[in-house]
Design a protein around this ligand. Structure first.
Ligand code: ING
Length: 321
């Protein structure tokens, strides 16, 4: 309600379970063992929910291009949980801890998504999110030092961004490149989101424009802190970092407050758990004041936001109004 500030605390103890690299030869079983160990460390720290990275079960396989995509089928999950992944669900149920997990999904009708699920403390799946903004390229680019062929291996989801009631609040999800687009946060902000969970795999070298490489960490923090503040929500960004098959990826996992402040940040680029107490009531201090959307937003003067994909310019560069 307008002007209403934080009331009785609604604290969720959140853990960001950052992973170091997963090499191509690492088995799913060994990786699930790592995930279980991270979950236990988070549970030992009293966490209510543990956030794992994007594609947390395998190496980042879009860095290679295979002409016959069925040669990549083994990187995808056909069921969740499966006999291989069920130990993680069992550990979560045993420790009464929820989690979110990113993985490659192959549906029974052959569709391929970059997916993240939200799992309750009883091990039940609350929600499934499929990545909306797919970066990289769809065809083989042999001149690249490494591929980033996500647009070949995954189709963009048309489900959009959901917000679900869990852990005593309103929880949303996004994956990696989604975090760079303000629409992602605002779509959830307009559903009253209080906690956004995000996993990412971000190479330190952005081959289309190497001048951005030195800013990888700055841009990562910038977009998540801005998204948190401008929508009055907590944001948790969790990396799979370190050197994976010769490609160095950004770590710097964050837990960010609705104020935009960093509550916790990892210091290494391997398996590492950071934990913060997130009082979801804090969101009210922003959602009911400065960012009271129902009072201040002007959608009637934002027609381009959903009617256009990109800018519309004349040959002389002037905008088409
Ligand atoms: N990765 C990237 C991201 O948005 C990318 C795309 C690659 C950005 C390399 C910068 C450099 O963080 C994913 N998986 O979306």
């Amino acid at each position: 309600m307008r002007g209403e500030l934080r009331g009785e605390p609604r604290v969720v103890r959140v853990a960001a379970a950052q992973m170091g690299p997963i090499q191509r030869t690492d088995s799913r079983e060994a990786t699930v063992t790592r995930l279980c160990s991270l979950l236990h460390r988070a549970a030992d720290g009293g966490a209510d929910v543990v956030v794992f990275p994007e594609l947390a079960l395998t190496t980042f396989f879009p860095r290679w291009f295979v002409d016959d995509i069925s040669q990549a089928d083994h990187y995808y999950e056909r069921e969740m949980p499966s006999p291989t992944t069920s130990p993680l669900f069992l550990a979560a149920r045993e420790r009464k801890v929820g989690f979110s997990l990113g993985y490659a999904e192959l549906t029974p009708d052959g569709r391929r998504f970059n997916t993240q699920i939200l799992v309750q403390k009883d091990g039940s799946i609350v929600a499934r999110y499929r990545k909306v903004h797919i970066p990289g390229h769809a065809t083989h680019e042999p001149q690249r030092k490494f591929q980033h062929a996500e647009r070949y291996y995954f189709e963009p989801s048309n489900d959009g961004f959901g917000v679900w009631t869990a852990f005593g609040g309103r929880v949303g999800m996004m994956i990696c490149n989604d975090r760079r687009w303000p629409e992602t946060y605002r779509e959830m902000g307009l559903q009253g989101v209080e906690l956004i969970l995000c996993g990412y795999n971000t190479p330190l070298n952005y081959l289309p424009d190497p001048s951005q490489d030195r800013l990888a960490g700055f841009h990562n923090a910038l977009v998540m802190q801005a998204g948190a503040y401008q929508n009055g929500t907590f944001v948790v960004g969790v990396a799979k970092g370190g050197c994976e098959e010769g490609v160095d990826s950004l770590a710097e996992s964050h837990i960010i407050a609705p104020s935009g402040e960093v509550l916790a940040k990892t210091v290494g680029n391997g398996d590492e758990v950071i934990i913060a107490d997130c009082d979801l009531e804090w969101c009210k201090n922003y959602q009911n004041t400065l960012f009271d959307m129902d009072y201040y937003r002007r959608p009637e003067v934002y027609p381009r936001l959903t009617s256009q994909r990109g800018p519309r310019l004349r040959a002389d560069g002037t905008p088409l109004t």
